[in-house]
Design a protein. Sequence first.
Length: 322
Amino acid sequence: MPDAALHLDPCAAFLAASPAAGWARAALAGDASGRRYERLTAPDGRTAILMDARAEPTSLAPFLRIGGHLRDLGLRAPEVLAQGEGLLLLEDLGPTHMAAWLAQHPGEAPFLYSAAVEILARIQSAPPPDGLVALTPTRAAGMIAPLFEHYAPGTDPRLAADLTGRLREALEALAPEATVLSLRDYHAENLVWRPEREDTDRLGLLDFQDAVLAPPEYDLASLLRDARRDTDPDLRASMIRRFADLSGRSEARVASAAAVLGLQRNLRILGIFARLARDRGKPGYLALLPRVWAHVEGDLAHPALRGLDAAVRAAVPPPVPA
């Protein structure tokens, strides 16, 4: 590439000095963040991933730190092959995430989800890294603020405050311990399935730069109440039992904690997806709102959350096509 073009394209300049110099570039589908990704392919078929985080440069340090921690645990986070200003060249863990694999092999869902739950148990069996923000009940309840700002901006402030307070109380009662490492967006499109590998190497981990300290069931709720794919009730019940067995917690305790944490996550997601559609020109997120709402209703049906049902329905309307 001519020198002038390299100057105009920082990614090209970075790649020209990297182990992937001259490799073909192909854009990958983005996520809800401002980061961009490309798959790079060498003439001999080797591949790597370019992460362009120049729009979110502060996300690189936690990505590197949490990735190193996960690899130290024997888990498959991508190795860093080169680093630039807001740019990373990463190991390519594979082309097929768990959701895509299950679209073609739906009968394998129990096996794949069990593998994902076992990874959670491995993560939580080790002390978490220092310096992580703790997702306390007060912080977690406050994180549903985008719901009222973007999804239901006309909500009476008193109803919004009542729902936030009741959610905080439910979290204090059912999921008070922010003690384990949570990757926060632990779902099927952030898990790369590698069927030819064995043990923990079968599952590649992505998108963990927003990690926090959280209750043990937080990532379980993220996995089982996925905004992007449906999960069968029997599968969810089986994975709750599996997690309870691995963590030494009672099944009832895991189920109630996962319900309140799933509710918190999906109330927040309603607001985040509405913001992405309206403010960032990503209307595709609107198509996900009915599933997110169904998750909200599903978790409200748990007996431990009966006191929240009326508060949610008073403050939050269901999504409508308009």
